[in-house]
Design a protein around this ligand. Structure first.
Ligand code: CUA
Length: 360
């Protein structure tokens, strides 16, 4: 009696946890593929849903037949004789060969159709180049005239074609609610075309193990109405910080002016790795920091963008993102509190207004 009572809770716990996990999978969480806002991801969902229900049908029929047989034909006496032994039933075997083959054929046709639609590259699509680095994503517009990182701005209702490349190792480009995973491979260019159907901010991830901070390699997609997207591009190219970054020309004073000087100081290393358009900072190793104050996150999605988090990052980058290159150069405590405050004021000041949509 006591033995039985001990046995039961474990399967029950597994059942409860499984149900909870399944329900969580149904919620509109940041990385779910069950709520889609882009044509590419919607086509995948439109394939997944019927295949799932076909699998449910097969499961119910097969398991139902099994359970029915076990109950209906169970032995009723302890000393029952051995039942009649039969070998094979041609009619049933033909049915259970043809039926699965037909189901697989249907799934194959549906899969090929989805693949064909999702690999089509519309010629009118707006071209954006995405380059994966350990561990951040770089985005280039208009043949490199606009270069940014970690935030991918796109227009709603227009096809975009992402040209996918990798600078070091293999990465994978994945925006769960907009477009399925596509590899980013050093030496090979892949293309991914998709269209956002609603404005919003969408989470996106590197989906291929690419080293120590693979789990810290994320980005955001900001889908704006076409007019606002055009405005974003214009502002990006013409806002003063992008065209003339000297402290005097920008009218910077106090912390921000000192921050500009620290950033440009060769001894402080910032300008050796980062570009800020219009300034003497021309390093190409790290992300381009032009209009850095507009970023939604710090360190490629690790922390939300706030001036406090930016200060924390500048104090000790390695503690926030293990293995990252900046952490090898800027050690904990290398920048004094006042220097950090100056750099934060400078970087945070470089921004322009964007009418941000809601996160979806
Ligand atoms: Cu890049 Cu994982």
């Amino acid at each position: 009696m006591r033995k039985e009572a001990r046995k039961r809770p474990i399967p029950l716990l597994v059942l409860v946890l499984s149900c909870a996990a399944m329900l969580a999978g149904c919620a509109n969480l940041p990385a779910t593929t069950l709520y889609t806002y882009g044509d590419h991801a919607t086509r995948v969902l439109d394939l997944l849903t019927p295949v799932f229900w076909m699998a449910v049908g097969v499961f119910v029929i097969v398991q139902g037949a099994l359970v029915y047989t076990v109950i209906r034909f169970r032995s009723k006496q302890a000393s029952a004789p051995v039942p009649t032994q039969i070998h094979g039933n041609t009619k049933i075997e033909i049915i259970w060969t043809i039926a699965p083959a037909f189901i697989l054929l249907v799934i194959a046709v549906m899969t090929f159709r989805t693949q064909a639609a999702n690999s089509y590259q519309p010629p009118e699509a707006m071209k954006i180049r995405a380059i994966a680095h350990q561990w951040w994503f770089e985005f280039q517009y208009d043949d490199g005239k606009i270069v940014t990182a970690s935030d991918l701005y796109i227009p709603v209702g227009q096809s975009v074609q992402i040209q996918l490349e990798a600078a070091d190792v293999m990465h994978n480009f994945w925006i769960p609610k907009l477009a399925g995973k596509t590899y980013m491979i050093p030496g090979k260019t892949n293309y991914l075309a998709f269209k956002a159907t609603e404005s919003g901010i969408f989470r996106a991830f590197c989906a291929e193990f690419c080293g120590e901070s693979h789990g810290n390699m994320r980005f955001r997609v900001i889908a704006l109405d076409p007019a606002e997207f055009a405005q974003w591009k214009t502002n990006y190219a013409t806002t003063p910080a992008a065209t003339n970054g000297t402290a005097q020309a920008l009218g910077l004073t106090g912390d921000a002016a000192r921050g500009a000087a620290i950033f440009a100081d060769p001894k402080k290393q910032c300008a050796a790795c980062h570009i800020i358009e219009g300034t003497t900072a021309k390093g190409k190793i790290g992300p381009n920091l032009t209009h850095y104050g507009n970023r939604l996150t710090i360190a490629a999605g690790v922390l939300p963008y706030t001036t406090d988090n930016l200060a924390q990052w500048l104090h000790d980058p390695a503690s926030i993102k293990p293995g990252n290159l900046m952490g090898r150069v800027i050690k904990k405590g290398m920048l004094k509190d006042q220097e950090v405050a100056d750099l934060v004021a400078y970087l945070d000041g470089m921004k322009f207004a964007v009418n941000m949509p809601a996160e979806k």
